[in-house]
Design a protein around this ligand. Structure first.
Ligand SMILES: [Zn+2]
Length: 242
C-alpha cells in the first residue's frame, strides 16, 4: 500500500553504491525508515530532499508492516538549510536528533515528538546558539518518553531532598536512599528554574534569562541523566530483540 505523510529527515545511511536508507520523523506514523533508490546518482531534486533535517511531503510504498518500504516521493516543504550550513548549528541539532533516535522507538505513534521538533528547528533557524533551546527540547523529549528526572521531592516517599541519584532518575531523601551514593546535590536555584522551564512556552524561550551557573548545572544534570536512560533504554531494546 501507498502511505502518505509529512516528515523530517533525521538520518541517512548510504546503502550499496547509490541508494540510501532514510530515517524520517513523520507527522502521523512516528519514526519510519524507508529505502530511497538511486538518489546519490544524480544531483536531483529528489536527492536534495533527502538532506538531513529537510521537511517534506512524502509517500512510500510497501506492506503496512514492511521493515523498509520504498520512498516514491519527497517534495520539500521547508529545507532548514541554514541549520546545515552552519557547522555550530548542525552539531547542536545533531545532538538533539541523536537523542530522539535513542529514546523513541520506530513506528511509535503514541508519542507526539513531531510538533516539538518542528517548533525547535524553526526557533533554532532564528538563532541556534541559545543553550536554552537544546535544554528545553531534551527535557520535553524526556517528558514525552516517560524519562523526565524528578528534582523536587523524594521519588519514593515524597519527602524533601536535593540529593539526585542517577540510577533512580530522581532525588531521594536520606531515609529512602539507604547507603547509596548521591550523584549530585542540586542547588535551590536549579529546582526553581527547572519548574518554571517545564511550564514555559517554547516560542517565548528567549525571554527567560536564567543565571549562567544555574543553567550550566541543570544542563549538565540533564545530559548525564539522558546518557544514563539512553544506555538503559538501548540495552532493554536489545534484550527484547533476543
Ligand atoms: Zn524518601
Amino acid at each position: 500500500m501507498l502511505q502518505r505523510t509529512e516528515g523530517i529527515v533525521l538520518r541517512t545511511i548510504p546503502y550499496g553504491e547509490a541508494d540510501l536508507i532514510v530515517t524520517y520523523l513523520t507527522k502521523d506514523l512516528g519514526i519510519v525508515k524507508v529505502f530511497a533508490k538511486s538518489p546519490r546518482k544524480t544531483k536531483s531534486r529528489f536527492g536534495s530532499s533527502l538532506e538531513p533535517l529537510t521537511f517534506s511531503r512524502i509517500a512510500f510504498w510497501g506492506k503496512e508492516d514492511a521493515a523498509l518500504p520504498r520512498l516514491t516521493q519527497a517534495d520539500i516543504i521547508h529545507s532548514f538549510s541554514s541549520l546545515r550550513e552552519s557547522l555550530q548549528c548542525f552539531i547542536r541539532v545533531s545532538e538533539l536528533i541523536e537523542q530522539t533516535l535513542h529514546l523513541v522507538p520506530e513506528r511509535d505513534t503514541g508519542r507526539n515528538i513531531f510538533p516539538l521538533l518542528m517548533k525547535t528547528l524553526a526557533i533554532m533557524e532564528t538563532g541556534c546558539l541559545n543553550p536554552l533551546i537544546a535544554l528545553f527540547y531534551k527535557l520535553k523529549l524526556l517528558e514525552i518518553t516517560g524519562f523526565l528526572p524528578g528534582l523536587h521531592i523524594c521519588g519514593r516517599c515524597g519527602g524533601r531532598s536535593n540529593a539526585f541519584h542517577l540510577s533512580h532518575g530522581t532525588v531521594l531523601c536520606v531515609k529512602c536512599s539507604e547507603e547509596e551514593d548521591v550523584s549530585s546535590r542540586l542547588s535551590p536555584g536549579v529546582t526553581a528554574f527547572y519548574s518554571s522551564l517545564m511550564r514555559w512556552d517554547i516560542a517565548k524561550l528567549e525571554r527567560l534569562k536564567p543565571d549562567a551557573g544555574v543553567l550550566k548545572e541543570l544542563a549538565l544534570l540533564v545530559d548525564e541523566h539522558s546518557r544514563y536512560v539512553t544506555e538503559k533504554n538501548l540495552r532493554s531494546r536489545e534484550f527484547r530483540r533476543v
